[in-house]
Design a protein around this ligand. Structure first.
Ligand code: F0G
Length: 459
């Protein structure tokens, strides 16, 4: 074992079961071969996302009982606010019910048509919230971050030279804000170094552009800095996290990740004027400024979860568990995105299923095969999610990578569960010639991956 055992014991259990193969086949047919449409009760190991799927601690559950459901000024808000101020050093805090509302508040206030917002890689909801306001989301991750085989320790880093040039070319008037996603979810859950965060901050400030972190997985990112960055090993994760936030003018946060909560989020900032603007919008779309779309008890669960997510024994196990699954699969010759991410392992479907061409959706075919073989649910990040049609030629355009993300919920599955996952994947890999491609028979005009339907394709 490369990491210590679970730093918790189990107090409550939730039964799960593996439906038999006939039922799994039927569920896939009913779902149009799209695992989003399969009822969760018929999923055995659910690795669809690490968002909102954490197991809360006894301390968090106890906090729920202390929920103060007053409309205004609930005591839990003050605890929530103080906790975030202490961790981030950011003075002004706005609660939201999840991360994308924090993004909506920020970008609806700052972005006007034609403006551009750079990041390492924008997450889908960040991109969408910029684009609906007529803005353009620019991804400036380093070249290694786009290479699935690169072993760079900080593949989430932003290309500082490109950022500098981007800001010089576009000018402060056209770039209302710059972001950095830590860890970089769309780039494989890869971390960003403290040196890179400092560099990006310095460049943005030299150009007069506010610099924000998309901080969903800030604690996992800080853990990677402690493990991998020269000169950081002796420092606490809390100190490192404080340094990360010290570089930023603010952050957006989905507390469904490193908040270890099932719902919640916030936006935090230094600028009082911006805070007042966002607060006014909050009242229109979410709720009063001391609850922002959350129950008092949820504010308490987030406040307690944020502290627990910085516990180094927890982080060692958490990141180590993901790493151990990655190493076992890598050792068995399974094609993977390298190196392991903080929250997920990504299967490389183009190399896993080389007999299935991109127009037959190999990553989608692999998610279907995983469910059929073992009741495991992952998520396709490939041609279904990112494939487009060239507006001029009408020809399909395919993304570079066809991946299946296996996101590991926090504190939910034991190592035995993940051994089972590894066994199923290894078995599937041995019998990979039997996996068939798919033909898409229905797609919605936007975000088609959620509702697309497929049929097996034999050609
Ligand atoms: N930013 C990042 C980096 C994310 O990973 C997510 C959500 C969000 C923002 C939006 O937060 O869901 O609370 O509104 N990621 C989830 C995932 C959905 O599965 O990766 P939200």
């Amino acid at each position: 074992m490369k990491h210590g055992p679970e730093p918790w014991r189990v107090k409550v259990v939730e039964p799960i079961h593996l439906p038999d193969r006939d039922l799994r086949r039927r569920r896939l047919e009913e779902a149009g071969f799209n695992v989003f449409a399969i009822p969760a009760s018929d999923v055995y190991i659910d690795l669809l996302t690490d968002s909102g799927t954490s197991a809360m601690s006894d301390n968090q559950w106890a906090g729920l009982m202390l929920g103060d459901e007053s409309y205004a000024g609930a005591r839990n808000f003050y605890n929530f606010q103080r906790t975030i101020q202490e961790i981030t050093g950011l003075p002004f805090i706005i609660p939201t019910h999840q991360g994308r509302v924090a993004e909506n508040l920020l970008f609806s206030t700052l972005v006007r048509p034609g403006m551009k917002v750079p990041s390492n890689n924008h997450f889908d909801t960040t991109r969408a919230n910029i684009e609906v306001h007529g803005g353009e989301a620019a991804d400036l991750v380093i070249a290694e971050g786009r290479d699935p085989a690169s072993e760079h320790p900080f593949k989430g880093n932003i290309d500082l030279e490109r950022l500098d040039r981007f800001l010089a070319e576009n000018g402060r008037e056209n770039v209302p804000i710059a972001m950095l996603t830590v860890t970089n979810n769309s780039g494989g859950g890869q971390p960003v170094s403290l040196e890179n965060i400092r560099g990006a901050s310095e460049i943005c400030h030299r150009h007069g552009v506010p610099f924000f972190l998309d901080a969903c997985r800030f604690a996992e990112n800080a853990w990677f800095i402690k493990q991998r960055e020269p000169g950081q090993g002796h420092r606490s994760v809390r100190e490192i996290a404080a340094d990360m936030f010290a570089c930023a003018d603010g952050c957006t946060m989905s507390a469904k990740k490193d908040g270890l909560a099932n719902i919640g989020g916030f936006v935090a900032m230094r600028d009082k004027g911006l805070f007042e603007q966002l607060k006014n919008m909050l009242v229109v779309i979410e709720g009063f400024p001391t609850y922002g779309g959350l129950a008092g008890r949820d504010l308490e669960a987030v406040a307690r979860g944020l502290v627990e997510a910085l516990d180094e024994r927890y982080l060692e196990f958490r990141v180590g568990q993901v790493q151990a699954l990655w190493e076992r699969l890598d050792g068995a010759g399974i094609p993977l995105l390298r190196p392991a991410g903080g929250h997920a392992v990504y299967l490389d479907a183009l190399r896993f299923l080389p007999h299935i061409p991109q127009e037959r959706y190999p990553a989608q075919a692999l998610t279907v095969a995983l469910y059929l073989e073992g009741g495991i649910r992952g998520v396709e990040i490939g041609g279904v999610m990112f494939g487009t049609t060239d507006p001029e030629t009408g020809q399909p355009r395919w993304p570079d990578l066809e991946l299946v993300r296996l996101a590991i919920p926090r504190r939910v599955y034991t190592n035995t569960h993940l051994e089972y996952v590894a066994e199923v994947i290894e078995r599937l890999h041995q019998n990979r010639e039997g996996v068939r491609g798919l033909r898409m028979v229905y797609e919605a005009p936007v975000l088609r991956h959620f509702t697309a339907r497929f049929e097996p394709a034999d050609d």
